[in-house]
Design a binder for this molecule. Structure first.
Ligand code: AMP
Ligand code: MN
Ligand code: MN
Ligand code: MN
Length: 279
């Protein structure tokens, strides 16, 4: 049987994507996506526009969000909530709380970047922001590319914005407990985003998966735009071991800026239970 072309993780201008919510949906549809979730960082403001466009195009749509979480010793972990009710008050208040820390973090980042010769980064990043509440490192990266200091966003992260680099500042996001509670209160399924991207040891990773499962987390992105073949195999085996539902997720941010375009992903291994069987 032909597998469903599901893509359950992507971004719009409401967070750090390059396309408006309706344009993300148009592109997904043109790429043959059959089930789409928009999952902006800490923000659900694009869901109404996206779901209206999906209805117009006859594309099945899932309301989603990608919640920023602090784990352990200043590690950031992202958890995607799928099938959340955007009208849920708990979720709305929780996300607003996470967003409220972003502006002062951005000011601290700009001060650090200034010390290494990248000036005006706060104002420069803001020019790339679609939603002022949602200034992210991706916007700083676009400004630094614009200045001509790097040829692409990825190299900006490698030189300035990744953990340990001069423009990186520590920041407290939501706790895993709070993030999962908000997703669950809103009727959603919690899914660990791009598990291959965290700089955690194997033991720390297992500890994180256990804590996530103990808090009622149910899913993991086995297929992610960020995963290589060996990581797909590794996280498929984690899904089996922990009994997690499996997701398929491009994490698309925009043309030319993402590892993989909407829906252009390998299929899930046959024996795993797709998260969309529960949506
Ligand atoms: P923030 O939520 O402000 O910490 O920004 C995180 C975002 O930065 C991610 O969602 C990606 O959009 C982007 N990002 C993080 N690491 C990289 C990287 N190595 N290359 C390109 N983009 C990245
Ligand atoms: Mn992003
Ligand atoms: Mn992420
Ligand atoms: Mn993402």
């Amino acid at each position: 049987m032909k597998a469903l072309n599901a893509d359950l993780h992507c971004h719009s201008t409401v967070s750090d994507g390059l396309l408006a919510p309706a344009d993300v949906v148009r592109r997904a549809s043109a790429n043959g996506v059959e089930l789409l979730a928009l999952t902006d960082h800490d923000e659900i403001g694009g869901l109404a526009e996206a779901s209206a466009m999906a209805a117009e195009l006859g594309l099945n749509f899932v309301n989603g969000v990608e919640v920023s979480i602090s784990w352990g010793d200043d590690q950031t972990v992202h958890v995607v909530g799928l099938g959340v009710d955007p009208g849920n008050a708990q979720l709305g208040i929780g996300l607003e709380q996470i967003r409220s820390g972003r502006d002062s973090r951005a000011a601290r980042m700009a001060a650090e970047l200034d010390k290494v010769g990248i000036h005006g980064a706060y104002e420069g990043a803001l020019r790339h922001v679609g939603n002022p509440a949602l200034i992210s490192r991706a916007h700083f990266a676009r400004y630094i590319v614009e200045l001509g200091h790097a040829r692409d966003v990825k190299s900006v992260f490698d030189h300035w914005l990744a953990k340990g680099k001069p423009g990186y500042v520590d920041h407290a996001w939501a706790t895993l407990e709070d993030g999962l509670r908000w997703i669950h209160d809103a009727g959603g399924i919690a899914v660990i985003a791009h598990p291959g991207r965290y700089r955690l040891s194997k033991a720390e990773r297992l500890e994180m998966f256990s804590a996530f499962r103990d808090l009622g987390g149910q899913g993991i992105e086995v297929i992610s735009g960020a995963h290589k073949d060996d990581e797909i195999a590794e996280f498929a085996s984690i899904a089996r071991k922990f009994g997690f539902l499996a997701s398929r997720a491009s994490d698309f941010h925009g043309p030319g800026e993402s590892w993989i375009d909407l829906g252009r992903l390998p299929d899930l291994p046959d024996d795993l239970t797709p998260v969309w069987s529960r949506l």
